[in-house]
Design a binder for this molecule. Structure first.
Ligand code: ITT
Length: 202
């Protein structure tokens, strides 16, 4: 049995491999497993969208006779002052192929003049799982922070350079990948998913 992760996002997949390293079940991206398919994210919540992706890839696996676990991550940045934008549209914000330097600069512009106490934001990560027998499992986690005043840091991906972590005094693109995985929305949701899988597969 393997875990096939239903994501086409390289930054996410790097983190997922690191977080899941040492787990007893080997992990492959959907590309490596040859089960890629386009999934329309029509859900209204992170959890719904994570299940749309996991179920779609699980169906492809089933059609090929694979007996694998399929996991999917749907995640994004919620900025309270912007009515939780970009939220579930984080990847699509200003266009899927628009560079993050532009997306981040745009969000910083929209937050110009907004004081510290109104800059609260969080990353959310929903992980959905479909087991080989069709059972479904999930976990959701968040990390709280603030929108920074300028882009900083080279680590991570996406909106990390504008996500300020007050306890660290820097952005999530300035801490090491190991440190980010310990505290992040994705790190926490996947840690919980490991526990769930260990229990369900006993
Ligand atoms: P898949 O659906 O193929 O997994 P995607 O990039 O479209 O890839 P999502 O729909 O879940 O995935 O969108 C997640 C977006 O949220 C991602 O593209 C980033 O813009 C943002 N995001 C999520 N987690 C992040 C993190 O840890 N650091 C920075 N940005 C993050």
């Amino acid at each position: 049995m393997r875990i096939i992760f239903a994501t086409g996002n390289k930054g996410k997949m790097n983190e997922i491999r690191e977080i899941m390293s040492g787990f007893d079940i080997p992990i492959l991206s959907m590309r490596e497993a040859g089960v890629e398919t386009e999934v329309e994210e029509t859900g209204t919540t992170f959890l719904e969208n994570s299940f749309l992706k996991a179920r779609a890839i699980a169906a492809v696996c089933k059609s090929k006779g694979y007996e694998d676990i399929v996991l999917a991550d749907d995640s994004g940045l919620e900025i309270d002052h912007l009515n939780k934008e970009p939220g579930i549209y984080s990847a699509r914000y200003l266009g899927e192929d628009t560079p993050y330097s532009i997306k981040n600069a745009n969000l910083l512009d929209r937050m110009q003049g907004v004081p510290d106490n109104e800059r609260s934001a969080r990353f959310v990560c929903a992980v959905a799982g479909v087991l080989p027998d069709g059972r479904e499992v999930s976990s959701v986690a968040t990390i709280e922070g603030r929108v920074a005043y300028e882009e900083k840091g080279e680590n991570g991906f996406g909106y990390d350079p504008i996500f300020f972590l007050p306890e660290y005094g820097c952005t999530s693109a300035e801490i090491s990948p190991e440190e980010k995985n310990k505290i992040s929305h994705r790190g926490k949701a996947l840690a919980r998913m490991k526990e769930i899988l260990s229990r369900e597969l006993r």
